[in-house]
Each structure stands twice: as C-alpha cells, then as structure tokens.
Design a protein around this ligand. Sequence first.
Ligand code: SF4
Length: 332
Amino acid sequence: MWTLSTDAASAPSVEGSNSSNGSVVPPDPAKPSSGTVSTAGTVSTPPRAATGAFDGVPSYSPSSVELFLRCPMLWYLQRLRGWAPRVEEWTPNRAVGSAVASGLAIQRRVGVGQRPPSSEALQGALASLQEAWQEQDQWELPVVEKLVARGLTLACEGPQTIGMVRALLIEEPVYGRKPDVVWRDTEGRVVVDDDKVVVSLDARWESERLAEYDHSWQFRDYAHHVGVLLSEPVYQVRAHLIVLGPRKHVTLHPMTYSRDVLDRWYRSALSVWETMHAIEERAQPAWQNLLVCTDRHTHFGQRCPMYDACHVYGCDEGQMEALYERAQKEGI
Ligand code: SF4
C-alpha cells in the first residue's frame, strides 16, 4: 500500500490505438476471440454481446452480483424488476464520486500525469456534478463543487501514475464491466485500477475498508475479464482510494491474485451467474436472505431498502406502489 506522495514522475501516455479517444478498442464480443484462455484453464467461448458469456454461462456485472449475494430477492426486485423506494433522501456522495471519476477519465485521456488537473478535466467533473445535482435544502452546489475540485486535484497529484508507462484502457467496456483505467507498467505488466471516492472516512475505518477490497468480488472479476480481453495475465489490481475528509488523502491499495485464487473465483462465478440466469429466465424463483433484512452493516448503515416490500407487502408487486416506484433499470 502506498500513501499520497508528491514525488514527480513522468506522465504516462495513452497507448496509441484506433479509438477516437486514444485508448484500445476492445474486440467485438460477438466475434470469436483469439483463443483466450479462461482462468479455469480451458479456452473460453466467445462472450455474448451484453455482458459476456464464459464456458456457456452469461456473466453479470460485479455490482449486480454483489447485490445478488446480499440477497437474491433484493437483486430481483431492484435490478430485474426495477423497483426503488419512492422517497429517498438525496445526498451528493454518489454524484461527487461520479464527477471525480469523470474528471479523472478526461485527465487520463490527454495523458496528463502528476500535476494539477487540466481545465478540461475540471470542467468535465463539474459538468457531471451539475447534471446529477438535485435541489434540496441540505447541500449547496458551490460547496460540493469545491469538494469535487479537491478530489480531482488530490487524485491527479497522487501516486497512481508512478511506475505506469501508458494507459491501455480508460473507462472502456470490458464484457459489460468498466474498470476505470488499465495501465502498462514500466516492467511491461498489466495493472488495473478502480477509483473509489469517499466524501468522509474516519481514519479508524480505513484499514477495514481496505480489508474489504482484499476479498472483493469486483476486483477478482476485473482481473479475470481484463486478462481475457488482453490475452495476458493481470499483474495487479488496485483500489485507488480518494478520501475527501476529514483528512484528505489518497491511498493506493494493490492486490495480486495467484492463479489458484482466480481459478477458485471463476468456479464460484460460474455457479453464481448460472443461478442468476435461471432466476432471470424465471426457471427458478429468487429466494430471500432473511438473515440480513435489518443488518445495517450489509445495507450501508440502513435496513434493507426493500424491507417494506418484503415484510409489509409480502413481495406483492401489485401493492408495492404506495412506497416504491419502478425506476429505470440499471444494467443487470
Ligand atoms: S427485506 Fe430481506 S428478504 Fe427482502 S430483499 Fe431485503 S434482505 Fe432480502
């Protein structure tokens, strides 16, 4: 793990390619890949157009799987049926994270390394924030804009690009998932980074947060899919943690997976994806994980957002409209 450093390093470039933004265009998933080897040690079948299919099983995005693993009914109601609580207090946290990520993507595309963010990156970040902004009484836009600018500056001046030669992929879709950036390092190895922006994180909880990344489904998923796409192993996956307060800092948390670890993850993934697909196809019902309905740790400090749907309305969608609405479905 590295912490924020102000050491100067040469700015990595974006690898030359045929895409308009200068990054590598992933192969058409509808076309057979060039003999890529799956983590199970067998040659993968070509992935399906939407999210990829491996060994004949459609894959699901890490965020979808993480919801499914919390509770299959929660995933079913939210992702497959599109239900969301009708009254939800808006906070800018998600918008701040997306805005910083947008600014970083712009900064990486122009190949800028460790220096203050370019004006294009800053403008892009603020435009993203303004687009997501919802009027309410608690937060003022200029205050949150400063927070976004601080996050972007922190990230740009941080240690992320040290030892990286060029960006191979910047926010490019990789079989339905989108790692923030894939680098080639000075040793010629592939490194995958995902930005994690946190508005406030008490120092006491940072090690716990980093430990959660160590067993994260998402990072193993990225290591697998980027490896298949590039037909070479991923050397390292890193959580790029950008903390905006109370002590603003950046932490890079690297994780390296052995072949065994990725093989084991892949076997689990096939089982999970297969079950999700069966539920999506209505070949089997979603079940309820009743152990976590009021577990605040599982639901980010709240009880389950679909608690009333399950325990007041008995999962009857005909009755749920009093408290829930059908939102636009996110990717499944
Ligand atoms: S209330 Fe319980 S059973 Fe219902 S979706 Fe939430 S976690 Fe699952």
